[in-house]
Design a protein around this ligand. Structure first.
Ligand code: SF4
Length: 250
């Protein structure tokens, strides 16, 4: 029988000279990275959230928009560009293209020139037109209200999805991880990851869901006004006593 022959083959012993399994120090050291940043103690996180509320009680999205669709388009245009520049472009853009139909059937070469000041204008034109077409054809002209659906639009990833769902619809689907949130979450030791998707997962585990939308806006405001990339203004920061970042300037 098959069972008998199996027993014979498994009876083999390892030679006495075989090296013990523990002889892999390099890999073991790499795996020692903590799964969670040390700064995620619930009391500390609550203190950070309270400080953010104190400093930025009215933080909101700085992209001007009249509805969810305009916010979606402006968010696509804001990649690698400032909100100020996008707002300048958007002012005339939404007069000429008031809805998804207008963008979907625009002349690509004209639209390219109109959004050129925001950079990466060829790709952004494709995304804007593609997203507009999909909104008309698949979603009855409305920007969808779930992350799963909004991610099917061309040029839309989780960051854009979170901006639109959170700001336009008040739906806390996740946390916006842009360059500011990425930098400051690390400085505040709320994560030790660099990848935006992993950072978002880390933050979603430690921030209460009802704070997700506001937290995103507040950290982005903090990054623009105080905790800037090159020289953070730590003397002006109300979280200074909670922060032990190596980037601190005080
Ligand atoms: S103390 Fe400095 S580095 Fe820390 S969060 Fe405040 S501004 Fe940023």
């Amino acid at each position: 029988m098959a069972a008998k022959s199996k027993k014979k083959t498994t009876a083999k012993k390892k030679p006495a000279s075989a090296k013990p399994k523990s002889a892999k120090p390099a890999k073991a050291a790499k795996a020692a990275k903590p799964a969670r940043a040390a700064g995620t103690d619930p009391k500390r996180v609550a203190a950070i959230l309270a400080k953010l509320d104190e400093a930025y009680p009215n933080a909101t999205c700085e992209l001007k928009h009249g509805n969810a669709f305009q916010l979606l388009i402006s968010t696509i245009l804001s990649a690698q560009c400032t909100d100020v520049r996008v707002n300048q472009v958007a002012e005339t853009l939404y007069k000429k293209y008031p809805n998804a139909e207008a963008f979907a059937y625009a002349a690509p070469s004209e639209l390219e020139q109109e959004i050129r000041p925001t950079g990466f204008f060829r790709n952004k034109t494709k995304s804007v037109m593609g997203a507009s077409k999909a909104i008309i054809e698949k979603f009855g002209g409305q920007v969808p209200r779930t992350m799963e659906e909004i991610l099917t639009l061309p040029g839309v990833a989780r960051k854009t999805g979170n901006v639109v769902l959170g700001t336009a619809y008040g739906i806390a689907s996740g946390i916006v991880v842009d360059t500011h949130v990425q930098r400051i979450s690390n400085r505040l030791d709320l994560t030790r990851n660099e990848d935006p998707k992993k950072i978002e997962q880390d933050l979603m585990q430690i921030i209460p869901q009802e704070k997700w939308i506001q937290f995103s806006h507040q950290i982005i405001w903090h990054g623009r006004r105080v905790c800037q990339a090159r020289k953070p203004k730590c003397v002006e920061c109300n979280m200074e006593s909670l922060c032990y970042s190596k980037d601190k300037t005080v």
